[in-house]
Design a protein around this ligand. Structure first.
Ligand SMILES: [Zn+2]
Length: 153
């Protein structure tokens, strides 16, 4: 009798998991062109050991995909070893500006509390030393990691 009870419970749990997977058609993902990724790497190396910051240009789809195909130099940006930023009030209202990317001269690409407080747009990309494709990461405004793909790499 005990055996039957457990096998019934197991089946029920599996069924629930399948149902949840079907509901998930929203797939959050950030895609960068190779040119953008290379631009981020070069810019970060130029500013090392200070932080560098750039505006991300692109678009977002209802499916949750964010596509980035351009980088913009922010006006009046400041750069330090632990800080980089720019006054967002100086930016033109441009709907293609969907976030920022900045570099961390250290070995962590996780957002700091300051990074989350200064969040601009939909996503924040952070690259850390030694500035390679695999040290680039993307986050939402809650600091949650988002899958990142570099096209053609
Ligand atoms: Zn930071």
């Amino acid at each position: 009798m005990t055996y039957l009870f457990f096998s019934f419970r197991k089946k029920k749990v599996n069924k629930n998991i399948q149902t949840n997977d079907k509901v998930k058609n929203f797939h959050r993902q950030v895609r960068l062109t190779k040119q953008v990724a290379d631009g981020i790497i070069t810019y970060s190396k130029t500013w090392h050991p200070n932080e560098g910051i750039l505006i991300l240009q692109g678009n977002s789809k209802k499916s949750g995909e964010i596509y980035i195909n351009g980088l913009v130099l922010p006006p009046f940006s400041s750069h330090g070893p632990y800080y980089s930023g720019f006054p967002t009030s100086e930016l033109p209202l441009d709907l293609s500006y969907i976030g920022t990317v900045h570099s961390h001269p250290g070995n962590s690409n996780r957002p700091s509390l300051q990074d989350l407080n200064d969040f601009f747009g939909l996503i924040s990309i952070i690259i850390c030393f030694p500035y390679e494709y695999n040290t680039i990461a993307a986050y939402d405004r809650n600091g949650k990691s988002i899958e990142l793909i570099i096209e053609g790499v």
